[in-house]
Design a protein around this ligand. Structure first.
Ligand SMILES: Cc1cc2nc3c(=O)[nH]c(=O)nc-3n(C[C@H](O)[C@H](O)[C@H](O)COP(=O)(O)OP(=O)(O)OC[C@H]3O[C@@H](n4cnc5c(N)ncnc54)[C@H](O)[C@@H]3O)c2cc1C
Length: 424
């Protein structure tokens, strides 16, 4: 097989599209342990809430594979990799040889090893099968009360879905506030207030130390001894790069798989992209996994081009999340709460309208931003970050109501509208 891709999610789809742009005939094989066509992981919480129907999460159907002449082996795990003889072994023992390999195995949810972890009614929530299992459990046991462990974005999306199902939800977060990795204190507190308004109990600075129940969940015991009765527990305490396949190989890893700017690992012809790979975080100035959908697509696309012999470079990305939480549209990008004298912040807050905007600057370059309940022009701010534009000449306008393309220096405006375009 010319091209073998492990994983069938967004990085894989992007790689297929890039390969086919440059190589119409090379044989492509996708292997995934999930038995489904590519689907949108970010939409599974909305599907649980009933905001969208299950079939709309599939953003590529079977015809995508046929049209692109892609063979698939779905529902089968790749269990080992031989980098010298260039083959993959599948769970059923089959060997698949490759010329070029892309590892796009994404992330695996972290699940703490605590008492009661194996009880019926304890879940993580990152896959379509989790959605099906959780829905079945809710229906079967008429779940009324749930504890969600973890106050990050996936945890909050889960909380929102459960409250839409009229459940009583408690969220338990170890840090002293929810969303501490994404937002600053003010933004976290605006969202926390909104969560309380929809009836959610928010407990911070605490965690679940034990899950109780006979066969299935009946309560959790927190670190401080408090007991919360519940029918279901969902862990959303983070995702870690799924590097299992390369663990006993000569492929170098850190937290994720280490790649060069072509998304190639230290072993020639073996590439990695998406949540499993590390990449340059432009605002933090470090190399690390940037576990967001658009980044996985971009890395997959760059890997695909290079696999097909067309040189393309990944020059870095930024962590950016755009999510509606409790009916508040929110966006966070880059460094939202950095410490140190080298950072300057510009803020706007309207208590009545629950609008909060913040720009973080370092030497007059934007390195981060927060937008709550007014996300207009986010694409412009993102471009200013990526292009490292010195904003000193229009700094005082940066958060004004009328700030827009017209406020930007003429040359840069021209670059945005006639150059690579404005990414939103
Ligand atoms: C609930 C949830 C909500 C999210 N919301 C957002 C959001 O709003 N915005 C955003 O930008 N991002 C969001 N994300 C993150 C986003 O979904 C990921 O960044 C993206 O899916 C990463 O894509 P990927 O191609 O790297 O891998 P993944 O989507 O993780 O897919 C990897 C695939 O590889 C398969 N696989 C792994 N190992 C093997 C093996 N050994 N053999 C065969 N197959 C294997 C896995 O089963 C999986 O199907 C969310 C994630 C979750 C879980």
């Amino acid at each position: 097989m010319e091209y073998v891709i492990i994983g069938n999610s967004v990085a894989a789809v992007a790689a297929v599209e890039a390969i086919r742009n440059h190589d119409g005939d090379g044989k492509i094989l996708i292997i995934s342990d999930e038995p489904y066509s590519a689907y949108s992981r970010p939409l599974i919480t909305y599907a649980l809430a009933g905001k969208i129907s299950e079939d709309t999460i599939f953003y590529r159907d079977k015809s995508f594979y046929d049209k692109n002449k892609v063979k698939t082996i779905l529902g089968v795990k790749a269990t080992s990799l031989n980098t010298k003889e260039k083959y993959i072994t599948l769970k059923d023992g089959d060997k698949i040889y490759f010329n070029k390999l892309l590892i796009s195995t994404g992330g695996i949810p972290i699940s703490p090893n605590i008492q009661g972890r194996d009880l019926h009614g304890v879940f993580t929530f990152t896959k379509f099968d989790d959605l099906k299992r959780i829905r079945k459990y809710i229906d079967q046991y008429r779940v009324g009360e749930t504890v969600v462990v973890g106050g990050g974005l996936i945890g909050l999306k889960t909380v929102e879905a459960l409250t839409m199902l009229k459940m009583k939800v408690s969220i338990i977060e170890l840090a002293d506030r929810i969303l501490s990795a994404t937002f600053d204190k003010k933004a976290s507190s605006i969202i926390e207030q909104s969560l309380r308004k929809i009836g959610c109990e928010v407990i911070t600075g605490n965690t679940v130390s034990k899950i109780k129940g006979r066969g299935r969940v009946s309560a959790v015991i927190l670190k401080d001894g408090k007991k919360i009765n519940c029918d279901m527990v969902i862990f959303a305490i983070g995702v870690t790069p799924n590097i299992d396949l390369v663990r006993n190989t000569d492929i170098k890893t850190n937290r994720g798989i280490i790649v060069d700017s072509h998304m190639q690992t230290n072993v020639p012809d073996i590439y990695a992209a998406g949540d499993v790979a590390e990449g340059l975080d432009l605002t933090a100035g470090v190399t690390r996994p940037i576990a967001i959908w658009p980044n996985a697509y971009r890395q997959g696309s760059i890997a695909g081009c290079n696999m097909a012999g067309i040189t393309k470079e990944y020059t870095g990305g930024i962590v950016m999340n755009s999510i509606e939480l409790c009916n508040l549209p929110t966006i966070s990008m880059g460094l939202t709460d950095p410490k140190g004298d080298e950072y300057e912040t510009i803020e706007y807050y309207n208590d009545e309208k629950q609008v909060y905007k913040k720009i973080v600057l370092k030497e007059n370059n934007i390195v981060g931003a927060i937008f709550i309940n007014n996300i207009d022009r986010a694409g412009i701010y993102r471009n200013l970050i990526i292009d490292k534009v010195d904003i000193s000449s229009f700094k005082e306008h940066i958060l004004k109501e009328d700030f827009g393309l017209i406020s930007l220096p003429k040359e840069y405006r021209k670059h945005l509208v006639s150059g690579p375009g404005l990414e939103v």
